[in-house]
Design a binder for this molecule. Sequence first.
Ligand code: SF4
Length: 281
Amino acid sequence: MTIHLAQHYGMCFGVRDALRSTHHAAAQEPVTTLGQLVHNPVVDAHLQTLGVQRGDLDHVGSATTRRVVITAHGASDGHRLRWQQAGHQITDTTCPLVTKAHQALASLVEEGYHPVIIGQRTHVEVRGLLGDHPEASVLLSPEDACCIPSHHRLGVISQTTQPLDQVLRVVEAVKKQHPASEVRFMDTVCRPTKQRQTALEDLARQCEFIVVIGGRNSNNTRQLTDKARALGVQAQQVETAADLQPEWFRQVTHVGVTAGTSTLDETVRAVMDRLQSLSAA
Ligand code: SF4
């Protein structure tokens, strides 16, 4: 069995920086992250060993420490204000590309567009965007385009970790459903997400089976798994090397490996090592 590693995979700069800032803050004083810092159980377990506590962004009072950490997924200005007014010091690890999405939506609203977000309504990043613009419409699939209220100008952005091809399909559906409206799309899908999606397409051309490494509740990891399957390749998502099942690979000659943007390098290495030993066996 030949093992191929994707050209772009694993942890992005936004997650790396968020982890670095949280480690630094935790070395100075007790800290609480307002939600899951990154959607990865291996990282969670490590943060616990450092004494980092977990609170809830929506519930001021869920943190007993003075210092709180806003996660890489960002938050609304209202959230920031409420935590500050309650006397907390904030370490803000919002990824600059999430901030860019907030700025894009704000500029569209300022120019008189009705705000439209392509993404998952329940995802923490989208909830942050909705906190700033509660009137925004949230769409996940082309079928949702009919739910937007009629408005002469529609300003569309995307959750940073949605696959660009899916996002473009939704934008086209919005244009089709609202032919009288001016539809302006600002592409806020982040570059690491695009690179991992494109690298997956290359991998799918070479392999019959793809292993996707990342947390089960990581949006971009799930999107990689879904895309591999949509490309006609068998795919399994694993959180650690221990999740690999030898029977998956019985008939496989080329296996591909990729990982979501919150996956640690050491987890990828452990999966590669286990695949090498399965191959040798
Ligand atoms: S996935 Fe993209 S938006 Fe999210 S932290 Fe990484 S670089 Fe930033």
